[in-house]
Design a protein around this ligand. Structure first.
Ligand code: SF4
Length: 365
């Protein structure tokens, strides 16, 4: 009697040029597998392994046994007795949508411009944006933080992250701020004595104070691609099928008050003092970045991590090329090896070019 090896519906095979991943988007983990294993499921999520084995020699049969054991042991697949039984496990839809014009915002706060947060929050309400990341690179005082969080508390926004240097902030005051303001998701202190977790309010994954020893000088620290930042879940996986996983439905204000897709990008769409966020969010030129999928980016389109990886369009290997690979990725999907991107002299040079180039208003030309 036939026995079918069936991939669980939440286990997605992503083929790369040299190897593949099985992304378990329910358990939030991924497994590296050979392309020959991934190829077994190229046409269907259900495979009659007994039938396949009839055409294989003993050595290949042993490899197939190994693959089956691996899939069953890791609960990536199960056995079904008939195709009818298999049909009870339909594939997960890979459609993606989000109930907002803008899903998230980054605001780089600095002394170089006056942030009218109340008016930004009013615009975000119109756009139904409910998440903001505030980033400070210069010293910030507790009264300023309290005022900012107070405005957020009375707004439509439901969750914020704050990144700020540790100078001048008392740990006890910070803990009290996080404890008393439940909309603070993560407070990240940079230039701190060590990397770690300073405070974890109840261990529910929110209300945390995290610390990093590195001093983050500017928005140029952004865009690093590393397995630690992979995001294995249904939201990222499905979004990556259709959109850019970094810039889709994002709007930002840079440290000079210019409105951009991301504060690190050179192109802006007007200044906060005279341009409405709603107008920028509706601008087709602004939205063009939302549609750049990993499948269209050179190198990434051959990579087995492309649906769980973040992206960066601000720093790419060829500045100005919309479809060039992220500059700060040290992964080579052809050799399957990681190298430290910053030690590559060509990449170092590209970063110098980025540092030297000015911010410019978007123009059709
Ligand atoms: S090659 Fe592209 S998809 Fe692969 S890890 Fe690097 S940035 Fe991510």
């Amino acid at each position: 009697m036939a026995r079918y090896l069936c991939l669980h519906s939440n286990c997605m095979i992503v083929g790369g040029i040299s190897r593949s991943t099985i992304c378990d988007i329910q358990r939030n983990e991924y497994h590296l597998v050979p392309n020959s294993l991934a190829g077994m499921f190229a046409e269907s999520r259900f495979v009659d392994t007994g039938k396949i084995k009839k055409s294989l020699d003993a050595h290949s049969c042993a490899i197939l046994d190994e693959y089956e054991n691996f899939l069953i042991r890791n609960e990536l697949a199960f056995y079904a007795g008939s195709l009818k039984e298999c049909s009870h496990f339909p594939p997960v839809s890979t459609e993606w949508d989000f109930p907002a014009h803008i899903s998230n915002m980054i605001i780089d706060v600095s002394d170089a411009y006056e942030l009218d947060l109340a008016s930004v929050l009013a615009s975000l309400k119109n756009l139904n944006c409910r998440y903001i990341q505030f980033r400070f690179y210069e010293k910030v005082r507790m009264p300023q933080l309290k005022k900012m969080v107070g405005l957020v508390n009375n707004s439509h926004v439901i969750s914020i992250d704050i990144l700020a240097p540790s100078e001048g902030l008392e740990v006890s005051e910070l803990i009290s701020l996080v404890e008393n303001n439940r909309k603070i998701n993560h407070f990240i202190l940079h230039n701190y004595a060590y990397d770690g977790v300073l405070y974890d309010e109840g261990g529910f994954g929110v209300g945390k104070i995290l610390t990093v020893s590195e001093r983050l000088e500017s928005e140029m620290h952004c865009g690093i691609i590393h397995p630690n930042y992979f995001s294995v879940n249904i939201e990222t996986y499905t979004e990556a099928q259709h959109f850019n996983t970094c810039l889709n439905r994002k709007i930002s204000i840079d440290r000079n008050g210019f409105i951009k897709n991301c504060p690190s990008m050179k192109q802006h769409f007007g200044h906060l003092s005279d341009t409405k966020l709603e107008d920028v969010a509706g601008n087709e030129a602004f939205r063009q970045y939302w549609h750049i999928r990993k499948d269209e980016i050179r190198k990434c389109r051959d990579c087995e991590f492309r649906y769980i990886c973040t992206d960066c369009r601000a720093y790419t290997e060829y500045p100005g090329d919309l479809h060039a690979a992220p500059l700060k990725c040290g992964y080579d999907p052809y050799s399957c090896e990681w190298e430290e991107w910053s030690s590559n002299p060509l990449k170092k040079k590209a970063m110098e070019t980025y540092s030297a180039s000015p911010t410019l208003q978007y123009s059709e030309a």
